[in-house]
Design a protein around this ligand. Structure first.
Ligand code: SAH
Length: 215
């Protein structure tokens, strides 16, 4: 979105992320392109390009850009992948993913959030992303397998259905822990094995569903 009046803010956000260690040029380019202000509520629009999490509807949050950029680096996308996102929230991460992958399926459990995410994605001109309403801990079988699965909410463990829907060599990124603190975790499918590595301490809203937190 050149010439929307926010280009300078996006450039500054990209510089901030670089200073904080984000190196992947495709990821930085996506952050420099996607109009984040379209994905946040009017009341916090003036803070859209700060590197902070912000409140969105339904007592949820749009994650901090640095965290989202780390997710995207870990996903190591080349433009050809089919990606599942669990917890679409504002739709901003969905829009970043749409820049970096071939097709994005994003699940959101709160219908009103899914609806505003769809509207924001359309306003941002994103065409290769679909927002679905449902319990993302079940994955979304009709479009499986996925080359990457990004879970944007905290879970006590990796939901089994997501492992089943991960393609060979696929990557799954999820914050694992209790409700107060989690560790951002990368799981890679190598043959029949799931190789786990931990990345950083994070704090996310809970993943509420059959294979997440049940209440
Ligand atoms: N990537 C989003 C993050 C939103 S916060 C953004 O940047 O805006 C996490 C989201 O996960 C919330 O919107 C919450 O409603 C959603 N969520 C929680 N449990 C879920 C589940 N089981 N299935 C789908 N979405 C879920």
């Amino acid at each position: 979105m050149e010439g929307d009046g926010y280009g300078g803010y996006r450039t500054r956000l990209v510089e901030t992320l670089q200073q904080k260690g984000i190196r992947d040029l495709a990821v930085l380019r996506a952050v420099g392109t996607v109009p984040r202000h379209l994905f946040v509520p009017e009341s916090v629009r003036h803070r859209a390009y700060e590197d902070v999490a912000l409140p969105i509807a339904g007592r949820q949050t749009i994650s901090q850009p640095w965290v989202q950029a780390r997710y995207l680096e870990l996903a190591a996308l080349t433009g050809r992948e089919r990606v599942l996102e669990v917890g679409a929230g504002s739709g901003y991460q969905t829009a970043l993913l749409a820049q970096l992958a071939e097709a994005v399926f994003a699940i959101e459990r709160i219908p009103a959030l899914a609806q505003s995410a769809r509207a924001a994605l359309e306003a941002a001109g994103v065409r290769n992303a679909t927002v679905l309403v449902g319990d993302g801990t079940l994955g979304w079988r009709p479009f499986a397998p996925y080359d990457a699965i990004l879970v944007a909410a905290a879970s006590p463990e990796i939901p089994g259905p997501l492992v089943e829907q991960l393609a060979p060599d696929g990557r799954l990124i999820i914050p694992l822990g209790d409700r107060n603190s989690q560790v951002l975790t990368l799981a890679r499918r190598v043959g029949e094995e799931l190789r786990i590595s931990t990345v950083a301490d994070v704090r996310f809203v809970p993943l509420l569903g059959e294979f997440g937190f049940t209440s």
